[in-house]
Write a protein that binds this ligand. Structure first.
Ligand SMILES: Cc1ncc(C[n+]2csc(CCOP(=O)(O)OP(=O)(O)O)c2C)c(N)n1
Ligand SMILES: [Mg+2]
Length: 371
């Protein structure tokens, strides 16, 4: 530490200790300074800037743990015993330590992945999940099959030159259908391009899909968009936009408006691992966390952004740890497991709406680029 800094901090400690020993003097020179020596144990922090706390609450306040007696104060004057100090810093208390610890670049173990079904479709013993009725399970299965067939037909139509562009959701059927099944129609969807199953689940007909892909007169966009850029006001589904990740900040705004209107609904935005490499991802997560917007960030991590593998996009443990870094509850889920995806989104939605907070769900999937 620079000598002047050592001097300054020990002067501050001494001055603070003197104030404690002489309350009248303390009152006379009530400091505008942000440093304050006070008695401990510190009262649980009840006010925050968000809850109406003043600027004072927002300042750094140095508290000594233990006794606030003169004896304790003189101990403080003798030197800074690292473990005995806490910094009351915006966001919570921070302990001082004597060691210099750099955070490691990653956790020892990677974040685990929630699953309910094993590779043979049997329930993993002890797994916790949301029950679905037989009718619901059948509808989910039948929509997954419909999505696969629709994809095959349109993909072949594109290969034959009948439509100019197409992308399939092969391998991501469970991600599409199970997440959609866990939502309510009032929830606003802001998609990327690999989630037509969400629209299918909400009642978009195969004819409506075809109208858009062929850009005919019945297409809601009147042929002004590339194929697969679906959208539906009726079904609360924002139109797919080509630039990756622009829908994320939009979703936060939409979610915040739902919160202001006290609606029993959330916004959900879908994006790929490639979307997490855009600045919009970071802006949106921070914006949502600070504004406490009821939005679900649903990341489909399939390992690739076209020809760029995730290893060349980021070095973090996927997207899930980045949710936590922005102060958001986050979970990693097996994207091939419809029951796990359904359960995670069901709970995420409940938490987002009842607690007014964003949630990040990262689903892993390794099959969509192998088709
Ligand atoms: C801002 C922007 N940059 C680049 C592109 C070109 N592009 C289209 S799809 C894509 C890959 C996206 O990968 P990911 O988000 O992981 O989605 P996936 O295709 O894997 O489902 C890219 C880079 C784009 N559409 N927008
Ligand atoms: Mg991807």
């Amino acid at each position: 530490m620079a000598p002047w800094l050592v001097r300054t901090s020990s002067q501050l400690v001494r001055r603070a200790a003197r104030r404690l020993l002489s309350p009248s003097q303390h009152r006379r020179h009530r400091a505008p300074a942000p440093w304050k020596l006070c008695s401990v144990p510190p009262v649980p922090r009840t006010t925050s800037p968000a809850a109406g706390g003043g600027l004072w609450e927002f300042c750094s306040v140095r508290r000594f743990t233990g006794d606030s007696s003169p004896a304790a104060a003189s101990t403080a004057e003798d030197g800074l015993a690292g473990g005995e100090l806490e910094l009351d810093f915006p966001g919570g208390k921070v302990s001082f330590v004597a060691e210099m610890n750099f955070l490691p670049e990653s956790q020892k173990e990677r974040i685990n992945c929630y699953r309910v079904l094993d590779d043979d479709g049997r329930t993993v013993s002890g797994s916790k999940f949301q029950e679905v009725s037989k009718e619901m399970a059948l509808k989910m299965y039948s929509e997954m099959v419909t999505l696969q067939i629709m994809d095959t037909i349109f993909y072949e139509a594109q290969r034959q030159g009948r439509i100019s562009f197409y992308l399939t959701s092969h391998g991501e059927e469970a991600i599409n259908i199970a997440s959609a099944a866990a939502l309510s129609i009032d929830d606003i969807v802001l998609p990327q391009y690999r989630e037509p199953g969400v629209l299918l689940w909400r009642g978009f007909t195969l004819q409506e899909f075809a109208n858009q892909c062929f850009g005919n007169s019945l297409d809601y966009g009147k042929g002004r968009q590339m194929p697969i850029h679906y959208g539906s006001n009726r079904l609360n589904y924002f139109t797919v936009s080509s630039p990756i990740a622009t829908q994320l900040p939009h979703a936060v705004g939409a979610a915040y408006s739902l919160k202001m209107d006290k609606k029993e609904a959330c916004a959900i935005t879908y994006f790929g691992d490639g979307g997490t490499s855009e600045g919009d991802f970071h802006a949106a997560l921070n914006f949502a966390a600070v504004m406490e917007a009821p939005v679900i960030f649903f990341c489909r991590n399939n390992g690739w952004a076209i020809s760029t593998p995730t290893a060349e996009q980021f070095r973090s443990d996927g997207a899930v740890v980045r949710g936590q870094a922005y102060g958001m509850r986050s979970i990693r889920v097996d994207g091939n497991d419809a029951l796990a995806v359904y359960s995670a989104v069901h709970i995420a939605r409940e938490m987002a709406i009842t607690e007014g907070r964003p949630i990040l769900v990262e689903v892993t999937n390794s099959s969509s680029y192998n088709k």
